[in-house]
Design a protein around this ligand. Structure first.
Ligand code: HPA
Length: 272
């Protein structure tokens, strides 16, 4: 694994002139952020040694390097989901590569189903913490001390200072944001009403099928993390309605301008 990470990082270094310190995983609802990146250099995933190829509808795969506000950034357009059949090592491989490149802050976004009765479709939820319900752990197996500790601590998986910055940005721009705990599950089924109820009772505010593996690996490597969910459907007790991938995409597209603005301003504002 160490060799592969090194090989991929070397390939990227050879192709990109100015390696950033900040990375963004452009999940559902944040795709449009690429239009704000200037001075772009792009590498399709299929050209990158050891990179998996993304398959799901609505996620095209490439790395984008460029300028966003006052920061140099690397953006992942298209991520790898466990439900697609990738191993946890494949899902999180790009985050290992980020770390090897010297990236120390990771921004992630996703679409999620809201379980908190205060939430509305289209809300932006700042992730304050997560509950990992994936059936397999990305750090299971041999630990490489070069990558991080055997037993990483997770008391502040989502950076408190970045959460505070994000809330300021939202307030300055009059955007309603909510905060909450993200439950990460494998999918690909959406939840039954009983599952939504269960996830809410154990402390979750929103549920989705990504993010948690990447965040675990980022924290293992000592990166600072900020995450945000767009609430695309509701699994609130008594009002669980049918949900489809198309509806998730539609709700995410509607919330996209708010999400893009918050991310863009936050990245501009935070101290690298
Ligand atoms: N459940 C799981 N994943 C999701 C959902 C949901 O309700 N909405 C968007 N991604």
């Amino acid at each position: 694994m160490l060799e592969k990470i090194k090989e991929t990082a070397e390939y990227i270094k050879a192709h990109v002139s100015n390696i950033p310190k900040t990375a963004i995983i452009l999940g559902t609802g944040l795709g449009e952020l690429v239009n704000h990146i200037t001075d772009k250099q792009e590498i399709p995933y299929q050209e990158i040694p050891n990179f998996p190829i993304s398959t799901v509808e609505g996620h095209s795969g490439k790395l984008i390097f460029g300028q966003l506000g006052n920061k140099r950034i690397m953006a992942m357009q298209g991520r790898f989901h466990f439900y697609e059949g990738y191993s946890m090592q494949q899902v999180t491989f790009p985050v290992r590569v980020m770390k090897a490149l010297g990236i120390n802050t990771l921004f992630v976004s996703n679409a999620a189903g809201g379980m908190n009765p205060e939430f509305k479709i289209g809300d932006i939820m700042i992730i304050t913490d997560h509950i990992n319900l994936f059936p397999e752990h990305p750090l299971r197996g041999k630990n490489y001390e070069e990558l991080g500790p055997r037993f990483p601590e997770m008391s502040e998986a989502y950076s408190h200072r970045l959460i505070a910055d994000a809330k300021k940005v939202a307030e300055e721009n009059n955007i309603r944001v909510v905060e909450g705990v993200y439950v990460g599950t494998q999918g690909p089924t959406f939840e039954t009403p009983a599952e939504y109820r269960y996830f809410h009772r154990i402390g979750g505010d929103a549920v989705g099928m990504s993010t948690v593996p990447e965040v675990i690996v980022a924290r293992h490597g000592g990166m600072e993390v900020f995450g945000v969910s767009v609430i695309t459907d509701l699994g609130v007790e008594g009002i669980v309605e049918k949900v489809s991938h198309e509806e998730v995409q539609k709700a995410a597209a509607l919330a996209q301008p708010k999400m893009t603005l918050i991310m863009k301003e936050l990245i501009n504002k935070f101290k690298e």
